[in-house]
Design a protein around this ligand. Structure first.
Ligand SMILES: *Cc1c(COP(=O)(O)O)cnc(C)c1O
Ligand SMILES: [Zn+2]
Length: 479
């Protein structure tokens, strides 16, 4: 008998503005009544509460040893994600179960707080977006199976990683799903452009920034029968909740004195993290809610600006972004902001007014932090560096309590953002970023034997000469 979970939920889209509800078996990205963003809710969720928190922990712990491949990824937490799919619907490409890597003791000592990176760059397309895509594409497979759809055009705007993930999951899924990605021309890194091309997606470039592309895709989703793959897609949020579940499980379901730091761009990730933590708390899976810190760059910080005002004076204003090395989070009008506002309210009511905060950091701090992290054995992308910079800023500003430790979301792999690292090393970042390279954090290859022509020498003479040059470059002493 299959060990696939038997529980089935009843999923509904719930508008976060007006509260109207819609059945889950349709493509829906904004409320037809008021235009608000929805989230998915399992109306059978109270049934899950018949089991104790402890019982759920045991189920999820046991499932870590499952032999069912589709339960090895984010669907380890099937009942909390999208418990309407059958086994055959689920797309699993190796996402999730990313490691939490403790920072070396000397680095923790230097900044005065213990911390670790959760390496989301170790997902298949090298960012956390794969968690959401696994769920979004499973939904499309479920829809095409149960509704007999013979064509689904899946589309997204992207700061680079959404399109890489969408294209990868689209390539695996294949017909009836076709994947199209829309990119702001020149605003994604070469690696991020190569990824969707390599996966065979249709790649369309538009002038402007991400926010402009997003508006185009939103218009398309309103007027045409297309599946939108941005984090406005509520199925993606469900998949990304797995990040929070994994952090809790890693620490034995005890998140007391843990602070989670995550970058905020379009605010889907922070939505998923807050939502996931609240669900676990509601079920008694975690007895204590951890503190959550959002991180933004001074060049794209609308969410920081909102939350830094006293509660009574808070007003939402999108900002015009300036160039940021945390390019994947360079968003001035985050689609998920209404979700965050609502979830943050509930979160702080339950866990205290300082349980959710947003920290803004300079471009210089982001880039320096990225380099420092990676010089100490991490693989942090610039958004991971943004979290690290936010942690240091929070520490300096006295926002952290004695004994707290931090888990930083390194949302992608540094290899995707190598161009920023290399521009830093060459001190060639365009002036708009406002970053000057610190010589002590820069690195360059040392070129040896520059006046030697290899073809003039036989192998042995070349080796002797080469060794001599290395000895002199490193000042090696003989035994
Ligand atoms: C998408 C992305 C972000 C921002 O996440 P949101 O859900 O848009 O807030 C941060 N870092 C990386 C690497 C990303 O790809
Ligand atoms: Zn509504």
């Amino acid at each position: 008998m299959s060990q696939f979970p038997r529980y089935r939920g009843k999923m509904e889209y719930v508008c976060q503005e007006c509260g109207r509800r819609y059945p889950a078996d349709r493509l829906l990205y904004s409320c037809p009544h008021c235009g608000g963003v929805p989230l998915l809710e399992d109306t059978n969720f109270p049934e899950l509460k018949k089991k104790s928190g402890l019982a759920w922990r045991e189920i999820f712990d046991k499932r870590q040893m499952t032999r069912i491949p589709v339960l090895k990824g984010v669907f380890r937490f099937y009942e909390l994600l999208a418990p309407v799919f059958d086994e055959e619907d689920i797309v699993y490409l190796g996402e999730g179960s990313t490691p939490i890597v403790e920072a070396a003791p000397r680095l923790c000592e230097e900044i005065g707080v213990k911390f670790a990176f959760k390496n989301e760059g170790q997902n298949p397309s090298a960012s956390f977006k794969d968690r959401g895509m696994a769920c979004a594409f499973s939904f499309l497979k479920w829809m095409s199976r149960t509704k007999n759809l013979d064509e689904i055009l899946a589309i997204c705007a992207s700061t680079g990683d959404t399109s890489a993930a969408a294209a990868l999951y689209g390539a695996w899924t294949g017909p009836p799903v076709n994947t199209v990605v829309i990119l702001p021309k020149g605003k994604v890194t070469p690696q991020q452009l190569g990824q969707p091309l390599g996966s065979g997606a249709i790649v369309l470039e538009l002038p402007g920034v991400f926010d402009d592309c997003m508006k185009v895709v939103e218009l398309l989703a309103e007027k045409y029968n297309v599946a939108l793959l941005n984090s406005k897609n509520s199925w993606r949020i469900l998949g990304q909740e797995s990040y929070a579940y994994e952090v809790a499980q890693w620490y034995g379901w005890d998140l007391r004195d843990v602070c989670l730091f995550a970058p905020i761009g379009n605010a889907g990730n922070i939505t998923a993290i807050l939502s996931g933590l609240l669900k676990m708390y509601d079920l008694g899976v975690i007895p204590v809610l951890p503190r959550v810190f959002g991180a933004q760059s001074d060049h794209a910080n609308p969410v920081y600006r909102y939350f830094s005002e006293p509660e009574a004076k808070r007003m939402w204003h999108p900002v015009k972004v300036r160039p940021s090395v945390a390019q994947a989070a360079m968003i001035g009008d985050p689609v998920s902001f209404p979700r965050v506002r609502k979830l943050a309210k509930r979160y702080t009511e339950l866990a205290g007014h300082d349980a959710f905060q947003v920290v803004s950091v300079s471009e210089q701090e982001i880039m320096d932090a990225t380099i420092v992290a990676n010089r100490n054995g991490h693989i942090a992308c610039t958004q991971g560096g943004e979290c690290f910079a936010a942690l240091m800023r929070a520490k300096r500003n006295g926002l952290l309590r004695e004994g707290e430790k931090a888990v930083l979301d390194s949302t992608a792999h540094i290899l995707k953002f190598a161009n920023f690292q290399n521009m830093y090393f060459d001190n060639s970042l365009p002036p708009e970023y406002g970053i000057s390279s610190k010589p002590e954090l820069s690195a360059h290859p040392v070129s040896l034997l520059e006046d030697v022509r290899r073809e003039d020498l036989d192998t042995a003479s070349f080796a002797a000469l080469g060794a001599e040059a290395v000895v002199s470059a490193l000042s090696l002493k003989k035994l």
